[in-house]
Design a protein around this ligand. Structure first.
Ligand code: AMP
Ligand code: ZN
Length: 114
């Protein structure tokens, strides 16, 4: 997708603060962190959101979560814990239309949401 900022990060047109990368998945620090640790994990393939996933993407989604597991161990948040959020569509306030999972960590979180 030519105009997608996360696709531009994947192909190196826009710089990012990279945390993890493999063949299918990229993770980088959020530009406007809402927690001491705020990382975005994305598939390199352009998929708009959870609602656009196809059956063929099942393995890819599994890889994303395996990456989240690896990142959590690598950056030392596995023990204390973290939250994973994916905003999907208008009511959730999704601003970037490229599937992404926020990893939030580094301090005790409110019990609301969720
Ligand atoms: P969402 O509201 O779930 O669509 O989240 C999009 C997230 O992308 C926000 O937390 C933004 O701060 C973040 N973001 C937007 N542009 C960039 C960028 N160029 N590099 C890193 N994070 C970004
Ligand atoms: Zn994209």
């Amino acid at each position: 997708m030519e105009e997608c900022i996360f696709c531009k990060i994947v192909n190196g047109e826009i710089p990012s603060n990279k945390v993890y990368e493999d063949e299918n998945v990229l993770a980088f620090k959020d530009l406007n962190p809402q927690m001491p640790v705020h990382i975005l994990v994305i598939p390199k393939k352009h998929i708009e959101s959870i609602i656009d996933l196809k059956e063929d993407d099942e393995i890819l989604v599994g890889k994303i979560f395996t990456s989240i597991n690896k990142i959590a161990h690598d950056i030392g948040i596995a023990n204390r814990g973290f939250r994973v959020i994916s905003n999907c569509g208008q009511d959730a306030g999704q601003t970037v239309k490229h599937l992404h999972f926020h990893i939030l960590a580094g301090e005790k979180m409110n019990e609301r949401i969720v």
